[in-house]
Design a protein around this ligand. Structure first.
Ligand SMILES: [Zn+2]
Length: 283
């Protein structure tokens, strides 16, 4: 909590908060109070349409190739950094990447008070952080769930130190997930331009291409909305053909491999599963 308190300032008067009696944080100047739940300060209202996620085991070799690539992307980057840097994990949830961040100086933020988070705040609605106080912000599979990307990046540009980094993993050809909080898919052209608006320059950008995953998403689209509505002999033939496609996909998997990273510039017309980006805040 002390580490967190050093980072926070009252949005009204710019002074620091103190933990006070009655389980609240209180501004030392104007007296503004921030409620706490289980020792987690709550800066913005918890949305009532959220479906809290269950805790899942995560790791470098668990989940889809995209998830595994995200893990690699994060750990590779962390290895290249000073171990003491202050990291803000935005949309940390149940700690999907917590293990990769073990031993790091990290603050976990979310819009929902999961037991794994340090602070609850929707950064598009409030910014309790001291300006230029954070070395790196992480948004790993999070930005697509934020309605107002511009407000988010504007806040991040304030929070990050000059030369600070924002690490983004953002899906592109991935089905809608966590409804209704799934809002955007950006091309890498948009990711570049939108960052520029807030002084965030792209330092690293890679598209992650996983043709078998792409095929899987297509198969699901056939299976649910189309095949389910078919009747009689059409449905039988449809099922048979789909089983055929699945079988070919099964045969293809070892030949093609489980996804690969390629420069989006080299493969402009392909359909990436997602992008992984490192932005650098201008000095
Ligand atoms: Zn104040």
């Amino acid at each position: 909590m002390e580490k967190l308190l050093e980072l926070l300032v009252c949005e009204g008067c710019g002074r620091s908060y103190q933990q006070s009696q009655g389980g609240v944080l209180r501004c030392s100047q104007c007296g503004k109070a921030v409620p706490m739940q289980e020792n987690i300060p709550i800066f913005t209202d918890i949305p009532d349409d959220i479906h809290p996620s269950d805790k899942e085991t995560r790791g470098p070799d668990i989940g889809t190739p995209w998830r595994q690539a995200n893990w690699q992307f994060l750990t590779d980057w962390l290895e290249s950094q000073n171990p003491d840097i202050l990291i803000l994990d935005i949309g940390a949830g149940r700690g999907d990447f917590a293990e990769a961040l073990t031993g790091r100086n990290c603050i976990a933020l979310d819009i929902y008070p999961y037991p794994e988070v340090d602070i609850v705040c929707d950064l598009t609605k409030a910014n309790p952080f001291r300006p230029a106080s954070v070395d790196a912000a992480l948004m790993l599979n999070v930005l697509e769930h934020i309605y107002d990307t511009h407000a988010m990046l504007e806040t991040l540009a304030k929070i990050l130190k000059p030369g600070g980094r924002l690490l983004l993993a953002i899906p592109f050809m991935v089905k809608m997930h966590q409804p209704p909080l799934d809002f955007v898919r950006y091309t890498h052209f948009a990711l570049q331009q939108i960052g520029q608006e807030y002084g965030l320059e792209i330092e690293q950008l890679e598209g992650f291409y996983d043709p078998m995953f792409f095929l899987g998403e297509g198969i699901r689209n056939i299976q649910w909305p189309i095949l389910r509505k078919m009747r009689g002999w059409r449905q039988h033939i449809g099922r048979l053909l789909l089983a055929g496609i699945r079988f070919f996909a099964y045969l293809m998997q070892p030949v093609i491999g489980s996804g690969h990273i390629k420069s989006p510039i080299e493969a402009i017309s392909l359909a990436p599963t997602g992008y992984q980006v490192v932005y650098r805040k201008k000095v």
